[in-house]
Design a protein. Structure first.
Length: 461
């Protein structure tokens, strides 16, 4: 089929034990993925073989052993910048988006690290900014409390402003290396930033040349008003969780994010909306359903019937968790959101007679990201519908188990998307900006004709 005039974008996020919390219990599944260079390198190369736009590295600055049953990947997590540099050395084309918790970081160090990795990777680095949800992090950084949301976003906004100034503090071509005169640097093209804000006081310049991409592409997530404001102003990619919204809700969310961009002088095409999707696929629908059921059985999840009752709008307390939903309640009486949850559970489990345990399991998982279960064609149908109906510009793929889940998506679903003309068959460019269809920005100092002894930037841009 002819290629779609609007390309679909795909990212792979590395959860070394798999997206599903019970996946590491499969026979032969790796349990040391967070510290296994062989697994991490192989996953990156597999995603690159699938022509993914980027390899996405999440991060946490806390260890949470208590979350091991719901989210084992939150217990052990390699430091993201270090891992990004490692993956840069063993790949050639795939982008590398790494996460930094801005609440517990300094912008000079982050700007320097990312500019370095961008040069080492020939322009393949991206930055996912998070403000952190775990209150426990404060005590790891000599603070008495985890700041409330507005303060974290005030800090993050200044953080991004400083990053952008530092990356532009060296103009393109500032290293002249003139052998005749002995001048190594054109000082007129290297700028102090002299940033003075509420939280940061940074002189600059950076001691790394301007990134290959000019500005490192920025990513952020979150549904709060502050996260949407930050994203509209600065983010090149918005990572979303649309699972709780359904297709109609995801379309409304997509439209809201795009509508905010013109106020900041940006066109809708200058920001990509990428929801997360967990894909359970196999050559046939039956095999995919069997995989899903097998993994669900490996998860250790108690059934909170009171919580499920509230979520569905049905009275379910007192019944056995393995009772069939339709035997103990009338699904037609469920709330609008409850009807969506029940419908998704039936679709995921491939049957209408779902038990309370199965509904509860699907309900808990959807709080993470949308789950899709099916053959390659069925998975492609869902992704295509969301893409063409204006709910997504692409998808962040969360394989339920590793490494087989990633390989199944690359070997089964990617060819189907390519056959439909929705996804690339080869990389067209070299940098992450190329993959995302984003132009390389000009330098704010050079464009403004600001001399190297520029006046202080007070309060940001």
């Amino acid at each position: 089929m002819p290629a779609s005039p609007r390309p679909m974008h795909l990212g792979f996020t590395i959860w070394p034990t798999g997206f599903h919390p019970g996946a590491w219990r499969l026979p032969g599944a790796p349990t040391n993925g967070n510290s296994s260079p062989a697994l991490l390198q192989s996953a990156a190369r597999t995603a690159e073989r699938g022509k993914f736009d980027f390899f996405f590295i999440g991060d946490r600055v806390v260890g949470l052993p208590a979350s091991q049953f719901a989210a084992p990947n939150e217990v052990l997590r390699p430091e993201a910048l270090t891992l990004a540099a490692h993956i840069a050395a063993v790949t050639e084309r795939i982008g590398l988006i790494t996460t930094v918790n801005s609440t517990y970081a300094e912008p000079f160090n982050v700007a320097r690290s990312l500019a370095t990795i961008d040069h080492l990777s020939n322009g393949r680095t991206g930055l996912n900014i998070v403000t952190g949800k775990n209150a426990e992090a404060a005590r790891n950084f000599s603070r008495n409390e985890h700041w409330e949301n507005d303060r974290r976003y005030d800090w993050a906004t200044e953080f991004v402003q400083v990053l952008r100034l530092l990356w532009d503090s060296w103009e393109d071509g500032a290293r002249i290396a003139d052998r005749e005169t002995g001048r190594f640097v054109d000082e007129a093209r290297v700028h102090r930033i002299d940033f003075r804000g509420e939280f940061f006081s940074v002189d600059g310049p950076l001691n790394v040349e301007r990134p290959v991409q000019g500005q490192i592409p920025l990513v952020n997530a979150g549904s709060s008003e502050r996260s949407r404001q930050l994203g509209a102003r600065y983010s090149d990619v918005r990572f979303t969780n649309s699972s709780v919204l359904g297709l109609a809700g995801a379309r409304a969310y997509y439209d809201d994010l795009k509508r905010r961009l013109p106020a900041h002088g940006r066109a809708p095409r200058e920001q990509l909306v990428i929801p997360g999707v967990a894909v359970y696929t196999a050559p046939t629908s039956r095999e995919a359903q069997e995989l899903y059921s097998r993994l669900q059985a490996l998860g250790r999840q108690d059934v909170d019937l009171a919580g499920l009752s509230a979520a569905l709008g049905l009275a379910l307390t007192g019944h056995h968790p393995d009772a069939v939903l339709d035997d103990v309640a009338d699904a037609a009486d469920a709330s609008a959101e409850g009807a969506l949850i029940i419908g998704e559970a039936r679709e995921l489990h491939g049957k209408s007679a779902v038990t309370l345990r199965e509904v509860n399991s699907s309900y808990l998982r959807r709080g993470w990201f949308k789950e899709v279960v099916g053959s390659p064609a069925q998975v492609a149908d869902v992704l295509q519908e969301w893409f063409e109906q204006g709910a997504a510009d692409g998808f962040m793929i969360f394989p339920p188990h590793m490494p087989d889940g990633l390989e199944a998506f690359v070997d089964l679903v990617v060819p189907e998307l390519q056959r439909r003309g929705l996804f690339r068959t080869e990389y067209a460019g070299r940098t992450l900006r190329d993959h995302l269809g984003l132009a390389r920005p000009g330098n704010q100092f050079a464009d403004a004709g600001i001399p190297s002894d520029t006046a202080a930037v007070v309060g940001g841009e």
